[in-house]
Design a protein around this ligand. Sequence first.
Ligand code: LRH
Ligand code: MN
Length: 429
Amino acid sequence: MTLFTPEFIAGQNLTHAAALASDYAALGEQLARSGLDIEAITARAAAFAVAVPSWGVGTGGTRFARFPGPAEPRNVFEKLEDCAVIQRLVRCTPRVSPHFPWDCVSDHAALREHAAALGLGFDAVNSNTFQDQPGQPLSYRFGSLTHTSAAVREQAIAHNLDCIRYGQALGSRALTVWIGDGGNFPGQQHLVRALERYLDSARTIYAALPADWQMFIEHKCYEPAFYSTVIQDWGTSVLCAMQLGEKARSLVDLGHHAPNVNIEMIVARLVQFGKLAGFHFNDSKYGDDDLDSGSINPYQLFLVFNELVDAQQRQVPGFDPAYLLDQSHNVTDPIESLMNSAATVQRCYVQALLVDRPALGACQDANDALMAGNTLKRAFHCDVSPILAEARRRAGGAIDPITCYRAARYRERLAPARPAVAGSGSGIV
Ligand code: LRH
Ligand code: MN
C-alpha cells in the first residue's frame, strides 16, 4: 500500500514551500555573514544517513507491560514497509538494522530484494543471546558467550556465525554483539575468568568475519545483570577490541552509561585510538530508557557530533562510524518517533558543521573557557530546520514529515490488513 506517492508528498509540501523558501534564504544570509555557504551545508545534510532498527517500528514496552498500537507490523516484511515510509518522508534512513532471530526468514536473499524494492538496504546485523528461543537446547539464563558451560558458549558462538551468514545474504558488513551476561550478586561470577571466556568466544566469532566486515562490541553498565556486567563499559569494550584485532571496534549506545557520564569524551577517546564502531542513538533520563534521540539531553547529542565533525575535519584515518537508532517507542507512534529522531540526529550533525573550529581552537589555546563555550553554543542555538527541510524537499521527501504522515492516516488505513496479534505481553519489543 503506497500511500506516500511522490504526488501525495508534493501536494503536502505545497502548503510549506513558500515559508521554507523564505526561511532558507534568510538562514543563508545569516550563515554567509559567518563565511558559511548554506548550499554546501545542505549538501552535507543530504548525504547524512542513520539506520533504523527493525525492532523499533513495533510498539515497545517495559518489563511491566506493552500497549500495542493499531496496525502493528507482525513480521519483518511489514517492519520493512514501515521503515520505507520513514525513508520516503525524511530521506536520511536508507538502511535498516536487523535483529536475529526476530527477523529470521527462510530466504534472506529474497528479503534483500524485498527491501531493495522498498528503497532500503541493510546496516549492521544484531545477534541475540539474551533470550531463549522456543526449542533452544541450552538456556542463556546464566549467560551466553561467557557461560561457564562450553556447550552453551558453543551454542551462542554458532548463533553469531549464523548472523554473519544472514548478514552476508542481506549485504550487511558488520555484526553487533551485545550480551547481557553478568551477575546479580557479589561472588556470583569470577570477574576475570568471565571475561577470559568472553574473549575466547569472541575470538572464534572474529575469526569467522569476512574480510570486509567489522565486529561492533556494545557495552552496557547494567541490565539484565544488576551487579556485574561482563562488557560493562567502554574501557572493557575497547580492551577487548584491541585484543581481537583491526576489525573489532566499540559501539556506543547512548543509554548504556551511568547517569552523567561524559559520553562525548568516550567518543573522543575511541576516535583517538581508531576504535569507534559507531552508535546506537537514543536518550535517557535515568537508565537504559531507549527514549527518542535528543528528547531529554539534545546538547549532549550535539556535543557527540561536535567530536565526530572535528574528527572528520581532522581527516582521522579509518574514521567511518556507523550511525543507528536504537529506541523503544512505548507511548508514541514508532514511525513518528523514528522520523523525529532521525531528523534530530541529522540536526545535531548539521549544527556541529557550523562550529567555528579555528575560533574554538584559539579560545582553547588561550584558556578562554567562556568564549569557547559560547562558540559551541552559537552553533547549537542556530535553528537549521530550513536546511533539513530543504534537503528533504530536494530528495523528494516531506518538508514536514509528521504532518504529511498524519495526513495519510496510514495506521487507520492499514489496520484492516494488519489485525492485532493476540497477547501484547511485556518487554521492550
Ligand atoms: C541492549 C540493546 C542492544 C540490542 C537491544 C535491543 O540494551 O541496546 O543494542 O540488541 O538493545
Ligand atoms: Mn543498543
